[in-house]
Design a protein around this ligand. Structure first.
Ligand SMILES: C[S@@+](CC[C@H](N)C(=O)[O-])C[C@H]1O[C@@H](n2cnc3c(N)ncnc32)[C@H](O)[C@@H]1O
Length: 291
């Protein structure tokens, strides 16, 4: 029998988006680069047990599985059946026997305490409806001294999204997607509030120049699900939406340079460590990453 997940409207919409997108998701160079970088920073060793949250088509899970080897294990979870099917096909094609893929909501997981050396989440953490509560759950699944690592985008990233937010703001519409993770400080505070130590946030730029047309296509985020999408958007009249769209286009046009429009891609790779048993006793703390 095929396992079914009970998802709320927001999560069902997300699963639908990625089910539709799964057939060409792997064409995105961006997602692969981010996933690879997160794994690099996470300092995976042979024998580790790793949880890949929102594994999608398995970019992180597959790379990690090749490092942890037969003495380690990777569990990848996702709410999109189609993304998982792609991941499964890739895992089988590579003959990886140390990867387990599960249909599961990352915010309602059920693993024994102290199960994993690393919990990683690439290109998906800001989709969590309650990031702090989610991190609090994940910390329980980590072994003492285990590390959580996620990727998030800065408030300034993705010009189409930034302008979209700006023009909709005065109508009381906000997607609040990057809100809790949009700066280094916010990422740091979030991890701290969730109980992590030795927090490190690496900042990298993945931006590039894009055409005006490409930037304009971001208007479609109006129909992309978000955890706290205010209902105000749906109360706007067609005339108001037309007016907002014209303003959106005009603001993007004003940003055009001879190279195109700068599409900021400031990315954070955020890491926090769960306290070790010894530290729980002594209250000591150590440096997390040495690179
Ligand atoms: C942009 S993809 C990232 C996939 C993969 N981590 C990568 O880096 O390529 C976002 C993924 O998050 C998954 N996702 C979103 N919310 C989730 C949740 N609450 N639990 C599990 N998976 C979730 C989606 O189904 C989708 O596969």
């Amino acid at each position: 029998m095929v396992k079914q997940l009970k998802l709320n409207d927001y999560k069902q919409q997300i699963a639908d988006v990625y089910n539709r997108r799964s057939h060409n998701y792997d064409e995105s160079e961006w997602h692969l680069r981010i996933a690879h970088r997160l794994v690099e920073y996470a300092q995976i060793s042979p024998g580790y047990d790793v949880l890949d949250i929102a594994t999608g088509t398995g970019h992180v899970a597959i790379e990690v599985a090749q490092t942890v080897g037969s003495s380690g294990k990777v569990v990848g979870v996702d709410i999109s059946t189609q993304m998982l099917s792609h991941a499964r096909r890739k895992v089988e094609a590579l003959g990886l026997s140390n990867v387990e893929l599960q249909l599961a909501d990352a915010e309602a997981l059920n693993f024994p305490a102290n199960s994993f050396d690393r919990i990683l989440c690439a290109n998906a953490f800001p989709l969590m409806a309650d990031m702090e509560a989610t991190l609090r759950q994940w910390i329980g699944f980590l072994k003492p001294n285990g590390i959580v690592g996620f990727h998030a985008l800065a408030d300034t990233a993705l010009v189409g999204v930034v302008i979209w937010q700006k023009v909709f703001e005065k109508y009381g519409v906000s997607r609040e997607l990057s809100e809790p993770t949009g700066t280094v400080e916010k990422c740091h505070n979030l991890l701290e509030r969730a109980g992590f130590e030795a927090i490190e946030i690496k900042t990298e730029q993945y931006g590039s120049y894009i055409s005006l047309e490409e930037a304009r296509q971001r208007w479609t985020i109006s129909s992309y699900p978000a955890p706290k999408f205010s209902n105000t958007l749906f109360q706007l009249s067609p005339e108001q939406l037309e007016e907002i769209k014209a303003e959106f286009d005009a603001q993007l046009e004003a940003l055009v340079t001879e190279n195109g429009i700068w599409n900021d891609g400031t990315s954070f790779f955020a890491f926090g460590r769960k306290r070790g048993n010894r530290e729980l006793l002594t209250g000591n703390s150590y440096q997390l990453l040495d690179n």
